[in-house]
Design a protein around this ligand. Structure first.
Ligand SMILES: Cc1cc2nc3c(=O)[nH]c(=O)nc-3n(C[C@H](O)[C@H](O)[C@H](O)COP(=O)(O)O)c2cc1C
Length: 172
């Protein structure tokens, strides 16, 4: 069965709410399995077994969450294959694999999004979406106290449905 894996980090629940909304949308499509993996436990096999990968993170200090960065540190080179002995070069085993990014932020989110984009560019993955950024409202700037807008949760749900349908149709 085709598979989407959402690799996520969330300290105060905002990103987790985006992940839940994404899953709700993806579950509208019966032909695709949607799994969630904490960045802390995500393995190379989780990445390789997936037709599409979703990276979901808060923005902390203008960057992705530390646990997601640690996952990239742990798995980046594990997902590069050295084919020089066969006359090739070093290339990503995830080249062409579809991905999308969801960020939950206090007031910005672009730093976290860009930090993930830079790394997956090195894996030569295929971007399915320009990146969803949800900013909390009603708390002080940068805090974890504000609420998520219903429009952002709806956008995450729509993204889930769109990714699942694209994966089911083999369009990615
Ligand atoms: C240590 C820390 C650093 C943060 N840095 C930023 C930041 O640089 N930019 C921003 O927009 N929000 C920042 N925030 C706010 C978080 O991105 C926001 O609370 C987000 O909803 C957290 O996601 P989570 O609920 O999934 O943990 C920061 C929050 C914390 C706790």
């Amino acid at each position: 069965m085709k598979r989407i894996t959402i690799i996520h980090a969330s300290a105060s629940g905002g990103t987790r709410a985006l992940v839940s909304a994404f899953c709700e949308g993806a579950h509208e499509c019966d032909d695709v399995l949607t799994l969630t993996r904490s960045a802390d436990v995500c393995t190379r096999e989780d990445l390789l077994a997936s037709d599409a990968l979703i990276f979901a993170s808060p923005e902390n200090f203008g960057y992705m969450a530390g646990s997601l960065k640690a996952m990239f540190d742990r798995l980046f080179y594990a997902c590069m294959a050295d084919t020089t002995a066969l006359g090739g070069g070093v290339d990503s085993v995830l080249a062409g694999r579809a991905y999308a990014v969801m960020i939950c932020a206090g007031n910005d989110g672009s730093g976290a999004l860009n930090s993930i984009e830079r790394i997956v560019t090195g894996w030569r993955m295929k971007r399915m979406h320009p990146g969803l950024i949800a900013r909390r409202v009603g708390g002080e700037a940068g805090s974890s106290k504000g609420e998520l807008r219903s429009a952002d949760l709806a956008a995450a749900q729509e993204l889930g449905a769109a990714v699942a349908n694209a994966v089911a149709m083999g369009a990615v």
